[in-house]
Structures are given as C-alpha cells and as structure tokens.
Write a new protein. Structure first.
Length: 273
C-alpha cells in the first residue's frame, strides 16, 4: 500500500514537473518571440532612418559646393572635387580659367597660375532642383531658390541673349560687409549645355526693342557705363522680373573689384570657343 502511494506520488510529481516544464518552455518561447519581434522592429526603424537620412548624390554634391571658396589653391579644389578640371583656358591677362562640367552644374575657377590661387569661384546650375547654399559678400545665396532681387540693388547689371547662350548678371563689387573686402555676382546664365531654357525669365526683357535694352550686353560695356544706367532696373517690368527670376549662377571673389576674366561663358569654355 505504501509502495502504491509512493508510486502515485512520484507519478504526480513527474506529471506536475512535465506540466511546469511545458509552461516554462512556452513562456521562454513567448519571450524569445517577443524579443525577436522587437529586434525586427528596431532593425526596421534603424534601416528606415538610415534610408531617409542618408544624403542623395545631389545632396552630397550640394554640400560639396559649400566647400569651394576663393583664396583656395587649385590643388585644394582638386582634393575637394576628387578629380582634375575638365577644361582649361588661358586668358590674355595671364590668368587661367579651369572648368568642371558636373552632372548638375558647371564650376569655373579663375586662377593666378603663378601662385595657384583661386581668384574667383563661379557656380552655374544646370538643374533647377540643384540647391547649394553659398556664403557670399551679399549674404547667403541658395541657387534656384533665392530671387535676384533679394540682394538689393547692384552697382551695375548687364546681360544678353544669343542664339545658343545668354546671361543676366547683377554685380556687387567692393562689399564693405565682406571679410577683407570681396565681391559677388548673382544672376542667371545659360550653362544648360547650350539651351536657353534657364534664361527664359530674363530673355523676354533683354535685347533691342525690349524693356531692358538700356542694360549693357557685357562686362566690358558695363564697366565703362555710368552706375546711373542701372536705373533702368526700376521699371515695373524689371522689378517684376528680378522678383521672379531665381539665381542660377553666382561668382564669388575675395577681390574688391570684379574683372572681365570672371565672366567667361562656361558654355563657350566647354565648346572651346
């Protein structure tokens, strides 16, 4: 009888142990499943954040533009760009223009060949979605977003529209607020591989028979033109154009005065004209 009772007790304890072992295993399994689900959620969040915060190629290029500034050497710019310029042209002054033709923009460097110093940096947007932020003598310029008018009245302006290329520039030389002097030019330039599409807002007012025919057609003409000539920008048509047209090109210089070397059309450099 005692043996029976002991056997029953052992069987009951064994059954209880099996039941609790099963429950414990179920608990562990549930915990592990919940932990795996949590890890999956965290992994998804991390991958999602990485996907949405990882800069696109265009954003990387925009950030690259912020590293370019006059006063650097060509060697330093080559390091930043991770390639040599695509085109070079010697100018009558003895200076050299080096040019990059990139996917969304053209970059022009005016260089003193003796010292290798970059005298000016010109950035000409090809793509309307390209929005680099550039610090200049006139303040922060955001290509394809900042209106031409947002930088105040220029010392002088000039522009022209041809069959395959054109430009409209507003020049701000000798800016007192710039560190060590400095100059800046804002405007729109046909750098769009020979298309005038980017010039449409300004071309309607430039040239003979149009409202802004009073403006000189080139830097050489503007330099010899009295500053009062810029008064023609006060016409209603010009005021409206300057508010609507976004800056697609900017030229930055540490020089207090601008020079004709800074206005070599990037379309012509690329074509070897």
């Amino acid at each position: 009888m005692a043996a029976n009772d002991e056997s029953n007790d052992q069987e009951e304890r064994s059954s209880w142990s099996r039941r609790h072992s099963w429950r414990n295993w179920n608990t562990v399994e549930r915990v592990l499943g919940a932990l795996a689900a949590l890890i999956a959620v965290i992994t998804g969040v991390v991958l999602g954040v990485k996907f949405f915060t990882n800069p696109s190629p265009m954003e990387k290029e925009q950030a690259l533009m912020e590293e370019l500034r006059p006063g650097q050497t060509v060697a330093r710019v080559t390091q930043i760009m991770k390639e040599s310029p695509h085109y070079s042209r010697s100018l009558p002054s003895g200076n050299v223009v080096h040019q990059y033709d990139r996917e969304w923009e053209r970059i022009q460097l005016l260089v003193n060949p003796s010292s290798g110093e970059v005298l000016s940096v010109g950035i000409f947007a090809d793509n309307m979605e390209f929005h680099p932020k550039l610090k200049s003598a006139v303040g922060e310029v955001v290509l394809n977003r900042s209106p031409v008018s947002s930088f105040g009245d220029p010392a002088y302006a000039f522009g022209r529209c041809g069959a395959h290329s054109g430009n409209y520039y507003e020049a701000h030389p000798n800016m007192p607020g710039a560190a060590g002097g400095g100059s800046a030019v804002v405007g729109v330039t046909d750098s769009n591989r020979g298309s005038l599409e980017i010039m449409q807002g300004a071309c309607g007012l430039l040239g003979p028979g149009h409202e802004l025919e009073c403006l000189p057609g080139s830097f050489e003409e503007a330099n010899a033109t009295p500053v009062g000539k810029v008064d023609c920008l006060s016409s209603p048509q010009a005021v409206n154009m300057r508010k609507k047209v976004k800056v697609t090109s900017v030229i930055l210089s540490r020089e207090s005065q601008l020079s004709s070397d800074m206005f070599v059309n990037p379309y012509e450099v690329a074509k070897g004209a």
